[in-house]
Design a protein around this ligand. Structure first.
Ligand code: CO
Length: 197
């Protein structure tokens, strides 16, 4: 069978099961979304936000890109943040990186990946800032993982400095930014940082 046909079959089974358990499930779901969390994560197929956090459809507003980067002029991310915070009134932004991130690892090489090089430029700049600390880590996988953590801290800082986020805090609206790292080898998330202004 063609791989993609399996997806459509699985979808039918899933929809049937949901409706069997709760006949109003889709009627209720279609009415409105009231997610409690805004997730910014890597596009990596091994880091599915709902599955690793036990959340369900409707719980999480999601933005994903390669290496979970916050780029100040990224209209897509800024739109997700604006809609999620201003209109959906989400209180928790979760920026989640992951160990073994291919995007972070490739930013540490001299190899070119075409258009992706431009996207990963911020990670190259971050390496320059932390060059001495990173040089001390001799194992390449561990060095990547340290940059993964440094990047999460840096992306959280970038989020905090976005004008619209600052204005949200100034208005008295409750908003927390969390920096997490997911470990694919254990399935566990490390809680690195939480800020509330
Ligand atoms: Co990744």
């Amino acid at each position: 069978m063609k791989d993609y046909l399996q997806l459509l079959l699985e979808n039918k089974a899933w929809a049937y099961e949901k409706e069997y358990i709760n006949p109003d499930y889709f009627k209720e779901m279609a009415k409105v979304q009231t997610p409690r969390f805004l997730w910014i994560g890597c596009a990596d197929s091994r880091v599915p936000p709902n599955e690793i956090t036990g959340t369900l459809p409707g719980d999480m507003f999601v933005h994903r890109n390669i290496a979970n980067l916050v780029v100040e002029n990224d209209l897509s991310l800024l739109s997700v943040l604006t809609y999620g915070i201003k209109y959906l009134k989400i209180k928790h932004i979760i920026l989640c990186g992951h160990y073994g991130c291919g995007g972070v690892a490739s930013s540490m090489t001299d190899q070119s990946f075409g258009i992706i090089d431009g996207w990963l430029k911020g990670l190259k700049d971050l390496q320059k800032i932390h060059v001495n600390e990173l040089k001390k880590v001799t194992d390449p996988a561990e060095r990547t993982n340290r940059l993964v953590e440094l990047s999460v801290l840096s992306q959280v800082e970038k989020l905090r400095n976005i004008k619209f986020i600052q204005e949200t805090w100034e208005s008295g609206q409750e908003l927390y930014i969390h920096g997490w790292v997911y470990d694919m080898s254990t399935g566990l998330i490390k809680d690195l940082i939480q800020i509330e202004k």
